[in-house]
Design a protein around this ligand. Sequence first.
Ligand SMILES: *Cc1c(COP(=O)(O)O)cnc(C)c1O
Length: 357
Amino acid sequence: MKKYNFNAGPSILSPETVNNTIDAIKNFAGTGLGLMEVSHRSKEFQAVMDETVTLFKEILNIPEGYSVLFLGGGASLQFCMAPYNLLEKKAAYLNTGTWASKALKEAKLFGEVVEVASSKADKFTYIPKNYTIPSDADYFHITTNNTIFGTEIHHDIDSPAPLVADMSSDIFSRPVDVSKYGLIYGGAQKNLAPAGVTFVIVKDAMLGKVSRPIPTMLDYRTHIKEGSMFNTPPVVSIYAALQTLKWLKSIGGLTEMSRRNKEKADMLYAEIDRNKLFKGTVTAKEDRSLMNICFVMDEGYGDLEAEFLQFAVSKGMVGIKGHRSVGGFRASTYNALPKEAVQALIDVMREFEKQHS
Ligand SMILES: *Cc1c(COP(=O)(O)O)cnc(C)c1O
């Protein structure tokens, strides 16, 4: 049976990413050796690193004065590394979900943290608006896509303090005005590569301003100076990221990617709104994520939840069970998920509705 991969992360990657990486694991760049078995300092791997950085900057249209790094530790390490490097006195955070809360908690170890707004009291079903960002903050931290609750900030905010963004689950899903950000980071395992590599886009001028000593490995300047080769980088994940970037470029870059993502999400949200058995969990429709689409059984149909899950799984749908903190269902419609998969899920929802009316 054909499987449709709606996993939230690690998640679906383009066939080009998977196939080219498999080939390189067997025979890397014509060396006759496998990618996992060569030095990261070989000229062949150095070429991969250089091309990955170049293409990353090209596709996201990153201006001069920014560095792109590939590190270990996941987005979770960035929750502490960002304030370690940037927080001297005060930082502002927008609390829009589980990951945002975790980022905020770590920052408190380094200085004063102002939570400018939170949607926690309403189970993170919307993105707060009309809050004030203190202009004397060292930075303002946002989580652009809330992977667990299915909300997303769809535009680049105007902020009086430099923006710091966790873009783990929507990087490369749309064009971004990087010049508005001081730092962007994320785990690669949603839209870019297998787990193991963390991308960081940092404005060089943001660094060197805090008075505390920073351990070498946690200092962004170490990795800028060493070109992400201070220690052994996750070579396989970086190679895979390069294949994803090549694929993105071949389809027409981020304008085309965001058109496809919008089309897929619109299709599925339209079905959730139409189908009497289901309803979306995000109350503010303008905040609905294009990457993680959360829905539950509508009133009166709650007892069908387990049955629908079983039915969907029997039709090849993988990974649609909602996160344990939200319940219901979550279909992750990342970049590499084809429109055909979304249509297959819609067909399953319609068939289930027919059986129950
Ligand atoms: C998955 C995710 C994380 C956690 O990433 P790790 O690489 O596992 O640390 C953080 N933030 C967001 C928004 C995520 O989706």
